[in-house]
Design a protein around this ligand. Structure first.
Ligand code: GLN
Length: 485
């Protein structure tokens, strides 16, 4: 086994026992990057030199007896997480040369823990998309089939972990951007509850929905990572002010008496790929065999989730992205006239999808339309959150597909934004309700493409889905399968 193939848990043991060093592990990861990155295009910025220095430092700390979950572990970051002195582009021309003067709270926590940051990875521009095709710089390919999309918007992160170019990668999820690419690439992807991981230094897309989370090779690794990144941060006014549990304490075997809810509206959903439906049914059987009780729940307002999201998210985006005007942030296109300068800067700096969202959002927020669109969507959001509250009276966790279909071909949906938007029909509701969700590998299609299973829990009950996901991975080996690249 190559070192780059290790999980965090296994690497942790080997590092602590001094069987391997962080420098060896990090070098192995960079060898892997040299080998497969030319075929996959996952990275925007590779930080080899600083990573090797961080690895040396980590080895020193290990020899001094320091013990933290990610000490000496190579990780990568979606390129919308601010890194002091390292370019943070959001995969947009407008931030092509933006070098943040500070670290995101997440990055501070990783550095404090002694993690090794290998680079910044590709994404859909400003996290708007489901395929990573909206990047201004490159198109990331799915390692299982390089003619297909890896999912998005955190496609680079999912690919990094699936192709063993990082042991962990951090992404963000506003409507599905961690869970959907994790599902398409056959890795574990956790979107924590809204407010669980600090958003300070995460470039904002839709502030009431955005959440940072990890891509890992196993659920066990996700729990270890949460112990480093899930804490109250006074710098983020939406951070949850409470102590966090030891997430690894939930990794216990046994599902007896746990009520697993299957969602009526998702079972009846039209357009779901039969191979995905089949894999989900088999996953239900796995939970049954572990002693879980299966109950049916209903989310009657779920059909309004995608429309409500596509009012709320663009509205918040139109307001958040106003700061890229050539004056406060971003690349400026010089023209003699001020208004012309704004127009030129924003026309040339943003890609088509970002402009589409800004236009939709500006319209939805404009005088006379605000109540009809944004106000109405917020009411729908409350109804969706209430549906989940009722469902969690009957069930401890909910189980569903992550995506309606396997990863599609590159270019297949680029001209059809509406079908692209439907990629998230099973994931968006969790963001609207603020609850945690995880995607774990649960099958492969006949064409050898990964299928993911989604587990959801009430807010701040990540422990329940970590436990369920852990039990699922003890019984199955889909998470151990790797693509041949
Ligand atoms: N695909 C969704 C969108 O384009 C979700 C993106 C995300 O979660 N960042 O808005």
């Amino acid at each position: 086994m190559k070192l780059y193939e290790l999980s965090v848990a296994d690497a942790r043991q080997k590092l602590d026992n001094k069987e391997i060093s962080s420098v060896e592990l990090t070098k192995s990861v960079f060898e892997r990057i040299d080998e497969v990155e030319p075929k996959l295009d996952a990275f925007i910025t590779i930080c080899k030199e600083s990573a090797l220095k961080e690895a040396e430092l980590a080895d020193k700390m290990i020899s001094e007896g320091k013990k933290t979950p990610l000490l000496g572990i190579p990780v990568s970051l979606k390129d919308l997480i601010c890194t002091n002195g390292v370019r943070t582009t959001c995969a947009s021309k407008i931030l092509e040369n933006f070098i943040p003067p500070y670290d995101a709270t997440l990055v501070e926590a990783l550095k404090k823990d002694g993690a090794v940051i290998t680079g910044k990875v590709n994404m859909d521009e400003f996290a708007m998309g489901s395929s990573t095709e909206n990047s201004a710089f490159k198109i990331t390919k799915n390692p299982w089939d390089t003619k297909r999309i890896p999912g998005g918007s955190s496609g680079g992160s999912a690919v990094c972990v699936a192709a063993d170019m990082s042991l962990v990668s951090f992404g963000s999820d506003t409507g599905g951007s961690i869970r959907q690419p994790a599902s398409h690439c056959g890795v574990t992807g956790l979107k924590p509850s809204y407010g669980r991981v600090s958003r300070y230094g995460l470039v904002a897309f839709a502030s009431s929905l955005d959440q940072i989370g990890p891509f890992t090779k196993t659920v066990e690794d996700a729990a270890m990572v949460m112990n480093t990144i899930g804490f109250f941060d006074p710098k983020d006014s939406t951070s949850f002010p409470a102590d966090t549990p030891d997430y690894t304490s939930f990794l216990e075997k046994g599902m007896k008496g746990v009520k697993v809810g299957i969602i009526k509206e998702y079972i009846d959903a039209q357009g779901i790929d039969p191979e995905i439906a089949g894999a989900i049914n088999k996953s239900v059987d796995v939970f049954k065999s572990l002693g879980a009780e299966i109950v049916e729940v209903s989310l009657p307002n779920t059909k309004y989730a995608v429309p409500a999201y596509y009012v709320i998210a663009p509205s918040e985006a139109s307001s958040n992205l106003a700061r890229y005007d050539g004056v406060r942030f971003g690349t400026r296109v010089e023209t003699p006239e001020l208004i012309e300068m704004y127009k030129e800067t924003r026309s040339k700096g943003f890609g088509a999808e970002v402009k589409r969202r800004i236009i939709i959002g500006t319209y939805a927020l404009s005088a006379g339309y605000y109540d009809a669109y944004y106000g109405q969507a917020q009411k729908v959001r409350t109804l969706i959150a209430d549906d989940f509250k009722k469902a969690f009276e009957k069930a401890d966790i909910l189980l569903s597909p992550v995506t309606p279909e396997p990863p599609f071909k590159l270019g297949e949906k680029t001209d059809d934004p509406l079908t692209m938007y439907l990629s998230d029909i099973f994931t968006i509701s969790a963001n609207l309700a603020g609850i945690p969700g995880i995607s774990v590998p649960c099958g492969l299609t006949k064409n050898n493409l990964p299928i993911g299973l989604q587990l959801m829990a009430p807010s701040f009950e990540e422990g329940r889905i970590l436990k369920a996901g852990y039990n699922f991975q003890c019984e199955t080996d889909f998470h151990k399968k790797r693509p041949v690249i």
